[in-house]
Design a protein around this ligand. Structure first.
Ligand code: OAD
Length: 238
């Protein structure tokens, strides 16, 4: 059987875990240490912007100290291989880190935003942000102070690129979910949407996720092992 040519991959924090980026709901995860309502909601930001800035500044500062792992690299190589064959890999990620880019992936939809960008809540200007954000910063476009925030999607906000992600999933010949617990919608609903449209859906995760029953195939183990193995398998089919 010929390998799939039009693949959509959804990644979650599990793909970056072996690079040293914390997941959210595992035992030592981010939400075991922080209350998401305080650091990842518009209400939390309104109540205590300094705390929210400190939370995301710490995570942005940690990025240079972590590196893409074999799973990120395998996905980037599959994207290149499919493109050479006239196919396509669309990478939809819930991760706000930049490890997929640094591994060489290009066709990426960051549905929860990116740590290395800021957005001005007053005028909507989005720009690259390598430095700390603070309440005292002035937007260089509209000149107003106090609106600079990380370009990340918080609980209660609408994820980005949903139309592009759904279009890609519905026209794919394979949907693959990697390193995500399947507990946050709308990403958790992608596999079900794929199956309803007749698209096979595969799960690659450390352990069965909350919506494991929705998938038509699965491989369990650390991402640095199961993702390169799956990519090799797909590539060998030609
Ligand atoms: P979770 O912490 O909910 O789930 C991480 C998943 O990765 C779990 O299913 C783990 O079993 C799996 N995992 C852990 N280590 C792994 C490894 N080495 N290899 C493969 N899998 C591994 O994180 P997400 O599903 O990414 O949103 O969470 C989704 C969203 O919830 C995040 O984008 C974030 C969070 O709250 C916002 O902040 C808005």
């Amino acid at each position: 059987m010929r390998s799939p040519q039009n693949v959509v991959v959804l990644t979650g924090s599990g793909v970056s875990a072996e690079s040293g980026v914390a997941t959210f709901r595992d035992q030592d995860g981010v939400w075991a240490k922080y209350d998401y309502r305080e650091v990842a909601t518009p209400q939390g930001f309104a109540a205590n912007p300094e705390l929210v800035h400190a939370f995301y500044n710490d995570r942005r500062r940690a990025l240079p100290g972590v590196r893409p792992n074999a799973a990120h690299e395998a996905l980037a190589s599959l994207e290149r291989k499919l493109a050479e064959q006239g196919g396509r890999l669309t990478l939809v990620t819930q991760n706000v880190d930049d490890l997929h880019e640094r591994a060489g992936s290009e066709n990426i939809l960051h549905m929860h935003g990116e740590l290395k960008k800021s957005i001005c809540a007053h005028c909507g200007d989005v720009r690259v942000c390598d430095d700390d954000l603070a309440t005292t910063l002035r937007c260089t476009v509209c000149g107003r102070t106090g609106g600079m925030r990380p370009y990340v999607v918080w609980f209660g906000e609408i994820p980005r690129f949903m139309d592009e992600a759904m279009d890609a999933i519905l026209s794919a010949d394979l949907f693959v979910s990697i390193g995500t617990s399947g507990s946050v919608y709308p990403a958790a609903g992608f596999a079900g949407e794929a199956r309803l449209a007749g698209v096979p859906a595969m799960e690659l995760n450390l352990e069965p996720s909350e919506n494991a029953h929705v998938f038509s195939d699965s491989r369990y183990g650390p991402a640095t092992q199961v993702v390169p193995a799956w990519v090799e398998e797909v590539s060998a089919k030609g």
